[in-house]
Ligand binder design. Structure first.
Ligand code: SAM
Length: 227
């Protein structure tokens, strides 16, 4: 982990209470200082082994990328990849997405990627899904107006849940497909580690874009569908 310090910006939880941490702890990063330029900033949440963000950063050298991953041994693989390949425009945060507001300034991000986030189909885990109103509120605060979330998943249930939450939380849903690899959106798609596994199993990949729009409803609990 120490060898990866040049690309690792944050590690761990500022305190046990994530809500309190997000409200009270601030170690806001300046992208200009981090990357040495004023290029647009994009964010991948749950980057896994980093294959996606590494390829994207190579294709988009004039954009900067933050990659967030909660699991230390997984993010280590991603960081080693980026360092080995000498990719200059990627930095990592080994934190739970819940505390992103502690590190990234509001309205500083142009695009968020959610690739194969854990679907958590159990009804009592709806609030932990990365597209629940709690998280969409965080993403809204981080995104610039007109900023987007690009989501891919193998779970039809999670996909439908996410589309409903986007609509309720002030996002306009566009570019929807329930079979990415048989759609026009397949061109230029970067296949992630999990995506490759699901494709090998013959599963369709669901994909949508959510664009930040009007103000959302105020009570996030009222937004979750009845279970
Ligand atoms: C199913 S894997 C997908 C990995 C990768 N995106 C891919 O498509 O190959 C989901 C990843 O999200 C990470 N993750 C789950 N919840 C998270 C959270 N709250 N904050 C940050 N990362 C999270 C997990 O540790 C895991 O590596």
């Amino acid at each position: 982990m120490a060898a990866c310090s040049p690309v690792l910006l944050a590690r761990g939880r500022p305190c046990r209470n994530l809500k309190e941490a997000a409200e009270n702890f601030r170690a806001l990063l300046s992208a200009e200082e981090v990357f040495g330029n004023l290029n647009p900033v994009e964010l991948e949440i749950g980057c896994g082994n980093g294959a996606f963000v590494a390829e994207l950063a190579k294709r988009e050298p004039d954009r900067n990328f933050y990659a967030v991953e909660i699991c230390s041994n997984v993010i280590l693989t991603a960081m080693e990849r980026v360092m080995r390949e000498g990719i200059p425009n990627v930095r990592f945060l080994n934190i739970p997405a819940e505390i992103l507001p502690c590190y990234l300034p509001g309205e500083s991000v142009e695009k968020i990627y959610l690739n194969f986030s854990t679907p958590l189909p159990e009804p009592n885990r709806a609030k932990q899904r990365l597209t629940s109103p709690r998280f969409l509120g965080i993403y809204r605060a981080l995104l610039k107006d007109g900023g987007t979330i690009e989501q891919k998943t193998d779970s039809g249930y999670f996909f439908d849940f996410s589309l409903a939450q986007y609509a309720l939380c002030g996002f306009e849903v566009t570019d929807v497909t329930r079979d990415l690899h048989k759609s026009a959106y397949a061109a230029g798609n970067i296949v992630t580690e999990y995506e490759a596994n699901f494709l090998a199993q013959g599963k369709p990949i669901y994909r949508a874009v959510a664009v930040k729009r009007a103000a959302p409803a105020e009570n996030e609990d009222a937004l979750l569908p009845p279970q």
